[in-house]
Design a protein around this ligand. Structure first.
Ligand SMILES: *[C@@H]1O[C@H](CO)[C@@H](O)[C@H](O)[C@H]1NC(C)=O
Ligand SMILES: *[C@@H]1O[C@H](CO)[C@@H](O)[C@H](O)[C@H]1NC(C)=O
Ligand SMILES: *[C@@H]1O[C@H](CO)[C@@H](O)[C@H](O)[C@H]1NC(C)=O
Length: 335
């Protein structure tokens, strides 16, 4: 009897030791990563520095907005000067994170294509860490990445409905930023996996908080935008208010800003869940509410997330990222 108790005590002691050691090593590692990259918050390039040209070309028929009422640049292909940007970031090097979720059928259907195209077009010549959140390591495609690119793969829990996946995403991103991403990169983009890069997607997109104008809604007045209109939801935006409709397929910013965005959205989603309400466009409704209250510092034109099924119009000079072909019903059954 006494013998057994002794063994139990010994076992408990040993597991305590193991716990302590694990903790000790992981903190140490984090500190090392921190020193290695020495992440710091960069000041966002101001419009006044000559990277951005907000002057319309009066000869062109299409004269899309180039700045918001709160003076944030709206980046179109013909608004930025790449050589100015390259010179600036050469002096102030940054590391950019790209977070992507690939679960269920989306994993084998889209991830390979997304990664291959990101490798080719996303932040060429910059340090990039791609964070992949997937539910099955077995389907992780083997992709050879260029120099300066790193992959980090994490396993997440399966969700029953695709709506739950997209809503859990906010919570999971915020947890990963707190745990490690904040020590590893300066900027983060969060993107849907069912997209393909088609053209250079680079430094012009970096900013403190980055929002994507939605392909379908970028010309509409706020009254017509599909915001959440039920007052019981945390995502509620009253009719007559609002600025733009932002697409949740792309958002980003500095690690501290994206932490705020994802935390607030996750909080709104959870509170709605408690009250048994689900916003009309799920996490996208909450993202729109966040950007309604906290204006983004940079907007990306629909060229940065275009639906190729939409007829291309003269606004769209170069498609940089496009939605992949979707067979919604098929994919949803598979998730
Ligand atoms: C800004 O763009 C307009 C219209 O495309 C052009 O006429 C003008 O020369 C540009 N300004 C600079 C400084 O590049
Ligand atoms: C970009 O900026 C540089 C430096 O200000 C200037 O020499 C060059 O002409 C600009 N390029 C364009 C296309 O406006
Ligand atoms: C708003 O949502 C609540 C909870 O789901 C529901 O009971 C109510 O009828 C909705 N109101 C409107 C105006 O749709």
């Amino acid at each position: 009897m006494r013998y057994k108790i002794l063994i139990w005590l010994l076992l408990i002691l040993m597991s305590l030791c193991a716990l302590y050691r694990e903790y000790y090593f992981s903190t140490k590692k984090l500190q090392m990563i921190y020193q290695c990259w020495s992440v710091k918050d960069q000041p966002e390039l101001q419009i006044s520095s000559n990277w951005f040209n907000s002057t319309y070309n009066l000869n062109l028929i299409h004269k899309h907005m180039r700045t918001t009422t709160w003076s944030a640049p709206i980046v179109w292909t013909d608004t930025y000067n790449e050589s100015v940007l390259k010179a600036y970031y050469k002096k102030h090097p940054v590391t950019v994170g790209l977070v992507v979720f690939a679960v269920g059928s989306y994993l084998w259907y889209y991830l390979g294509n997304f990664l291959t195209s990101a490798n080719k077009f996303f932040m060429v010549d910059q340090r990039v860490i791609i964070y992949i959140m997937l539910d099955d390591f077995a389907y992780m495609p083997l992709i050879t990445l260029n120099r300066l690119r790193t992959l980090k793969v994490f396993k997440i829990k399966r969700q029953r409905r695709w709506q739950d996946i997209s809503m859990m995403r906010m919570k999971i991103i915020s947890e990963h930023i707190t745990d490690h991403i904040q020590y590893e990169v300066d900027y983060i983009f969060c993107m849907d996996v069912d997209q393909t890069f088609k053209g250079s997607y680079g430094l012009e997109t970096l900013g403190d908080s980055i929002a994507q104008l939605h392909t379908y809604w970028y010309k509409e007045s706020p009254d017509k935008l599909p915001y959440e209109r039920n007052e019981s939801s945390e995502a509620y935006i009253p009719v007559g208010e609002g600025d733009f409709y932002y697409h949740a397929a792309v958002f980003g910013g500095t690690t501290s800003q994206v932490l705020k965005i994802t935390r607030e959205c996750a909080k709104g989603i959870m509170n709605d869940k408690k009250n048994n309400i689900e916003a009309v466009w799920h996490d996208e409704s909450h993202l729109n509410k966040y950007f309604f209250l906290h204006k983004p510092t940079k907007l990306l034109s629909p060229e940065f997330c275009w639906d190729l099924h939409n007829n291309q119009n003269p606004d769209i000079e170069i498609v940089k990222l496009s939605w992949s072909f979707k067979n919604y019903e098929y994919l949803r059954q598979q998730v």
